[in-house]
Design a protein around this ligand. Sequence first.
Ligand SMILES: *Cc1c(COP(=O)(O)O)cnc(C)c1O
Length: 377
Amino acid sequence: MKPWLGAEEVEALAEVIASGWVAQGPRVARFEDEFRVAMASAEAVATSNCTTALHLALVVAGVGAGDDVVVPSLSFIATANAPTYVGARPIFADVDDRTGNITSDSVAAVLTERTRAVIAVDQGGVPVDLEPIRALCDPLGIVVIEDAACGAGSTYHGRPVGAGADVAAWSFHPRKLLTTGEGGMLTTRRSDWAERARRLREHAMSISAKDRQASILAPAEEYAEIGFNYRMTDLQAAVGIVQLGRLPEIVAQRRRLADRYAAELASIEGLRPVADPEWGTSNFQSYWVEVEPSFPVDREGLLEALAGADVSARRGIMASHLQPAYRGRYTGEAPLPVTERLTRDTLILPLFHQMTDSEQERVVEALRGAARLRGAA
Ligand SMILES: *Cc1c(COP(=O)(O)O)cnc(C)c1O
């Protein structure tokens, strides 16, 4: 991944600096408004990153100590960490091998009496099949949170991902489609949750810093509960507004490159690429490929072969339950065979918004070279 940043972002930043207002202010408000509209959500609350947005989502959903939260292990570790911040226990559900996402069946297999929430991830941009998960959780009063960190520009049944969840969290880290350096967003249809998240991100202050600064005689503020400093800056938001304008072009370009990869990979035996599911479209934030047993070398061998051809690929999505941080916390509630297979056998191919066709052809040639290693390995 490479971010796509240009003169427009530089200009937007210069305007913020000239304005003298660099912390959370009018540009954050405007970015929230534009993001809310783009993602078909009722409310948007900007945060310092997606991890803090997930933390706030759990707090406003009332998840706390003693609760269980179902999450995929096959995700960036922040998905599992967020429930631990509120004293809850992440319970790992296995994933579907075509999408890399949890399913209503894998969630059902790990529900407990204490399950209060499910965090469904749009892994690598592939939309999670949310409706069956909601059909399972809604009657049980289990909150469905969407970790849409990778999902800006992906769709589910014709709507932006995230729109169907109780609350969703987004990332603007440079590895995602839109970047503000660091940054995040919480979206929700519930105005009471949005209002509380807005206060909590700013130390739970009753009057925002923006409103206080705008008055000559500042009104006294009150702190009704213990909050956090999870604010986004106006510098970040100014970049975010420009980036959001680029989103349609970024998605179109990534999908065009993904189509080209798919067409080439169809003739290489033993490599299975990620693809759109029936229920939606991916932004292909991560173009992952499973190295199947029929391929002449395993995933590590293919990474080495690619590196030898000066192509830098990456190991596939991590599995949190295999990390030292979760040793002793994961007690084998459910076996995770698909998660373990995908994290061992997948890799992510280079794909960035401005990748040229000839750069992509070089990657495909390197893959074909590795495919010819049969017998030699
Ligand atoms: C990147 C990512 C996060 C964390 O996002 P930050 O903005 O870096 O905090 C969380 N969940 C998933 C699935 C991610 O890919």
